[in-house]
Design a protein around this ligand. Structure first.
Ligand SMILES: NC(=O)c1ccc[n+]([C@@H]2O[C@H](COP(=O)([O-])OP(=O)(O)OC[C@H]3O[C@@H](n4cnc5c(N)ncnc54)[C@H](OP(=O)(O)O)[C@@H]3O)[C@@H](O)[C@H]2O)c1
Length: 288
């Protein structure tokens, strides 16, 4: 592809990683950050430091934001005046789908287009083969900037609704963060018996492999609403959640995570799913 011109606003670990891969691939990169000193080494590598957000926005047609949340976008862009007109803003900051949609309206009022996105790898993997990013927003804008955005990670375009990228981002992090917390919880439970976390690793890996095997069939059950039990019903598994809570209490460790899971099972039984598969938890969870 031809090297392009891009502005990156926000130079936390993620924004810095993006600037580094763009510079490494020969792109012209303008940067701006609230704390200007975070740009020093990037400028030494060839980035151009804009003096103001307006100057940063004016420097490129494509403006990538990598900020803590969408509130930071308003804090930075509110004062740039007409500079936004005709620009494409790609907000790769984490926030809710509603915040993404609201940002689309705010930018449209200023003559700019928005693509929303969520980077699905840690900053040290940005620009590698493994890197991918969920996007949503106008298809034509996505297509026009696909190659420039591909430098950060493979774009996975999810549709025109600006909320979809964050919905996908939060859904995957729901799996990821809950998985990490469950590992930390299991490690604390074992530690009460004098077992080191490293001993848990091979068993946890096998456990996660089993979870992987279960996913496709579980998705079919969820999508069709057919929660027929195939040998591990809600009542049996509910008893196990009681035992995890009891073991955690005996160990003196926190109870909130196993109690949340216990509550899913108890509510599924109350809703009449006692003899169904665990996938019926979905029916309880989705109703809130
Ligand atoms: N780090 C990762 O591995 C990773 C992975 C996937 C996704 N993400 C997402 O990528 C985004 C950026 O991540 P990060 O790790 O670079 O986060 P970070 O360290 O929190 O950096 C946030 C950036 O936002 C700026 N900022 C925050 N509030 C601001 C405000 N009110 N006004 C102006 N600037 C403001 C900070 O400026 P200052 O430098 O002046 O504080 C900094 O440039 C986040 O949404 C994060 O969830 C990160």
């Amino acid at each position: 592809m031809n090297a392009s011109t891009v502005t990156v606003i926000g130079l936390g670990p993620m924004g810095r990683a993006m600037v580094n891969v763009y510079l490494a691939k020969g792109h012209t990169v303008t940067v701006w950050n609230r704390t200007a000193s975070r740009a020093d080494d990037l400028v030494a590598r060839g980035a151009v430091l804009a003096a103001t957000p307006a100057e940063a926005v004016a420097a490129s047609d494509l403006i990538v934001l990598s900020l803590t949340d969408y509130a930071a976008m308003y804090a930075i862009l509110d004062g740039v005046g007409d500079a936004l007109a005709g620009r494409v803003v790609v907000n790769l900051s984490s926030d809710s789908p509603a915040a993404s949609r609201e940002a689309g309206r705010w930018l449209a009022d200023r003559g700019a287009e928005l693509l929303t996105g969520g980077v699905m790898v840690p900053e040290n993997m940005v620009g590698t083969e493994a890197s991918f990013v969920f996007y949503s927003g106008p298809r034509a804008i996505m297509d026009a900037h696909h190659d420039t955005l591909d430098v950060i990670g493979r774009p996975h375009y999810k549709g025109e609704d600006l909320g979809l990228a964050q919905l996908w981002y939060q859904a995957l992090l729901d799996v990821f963060l809950t998985g990490l917390s469950s590992f930390a919880h299991a490690a604390a439970l074992l530690a009460s018996g004098g077992v080191k976390a490293e001993e848990l690793v091979p068993y946890a890996r096998e456990n996660l492999d089993l979870v992987k095997l279960l996913l496709a069939g579980s998705a079919t059950a969820i999508d069709t609403g057919d929660h027929t039990d195939h040998g591990a019903n809600v009542t049996m598994m509910s008893a196990t959640t009681d035992h995890i809570v009891a073991a955690s209490r005996d160990a003196g460790i926190e109870l909130e995570l196993p109690k949340a899971v216990q509550s899913h099972y108890r509510r599924a039984i109350e809703a009449g799913h006692g003899r169904d598969s665990w996938t019926s938890l979905y029916e309880v969870i989705r109703r809130g």
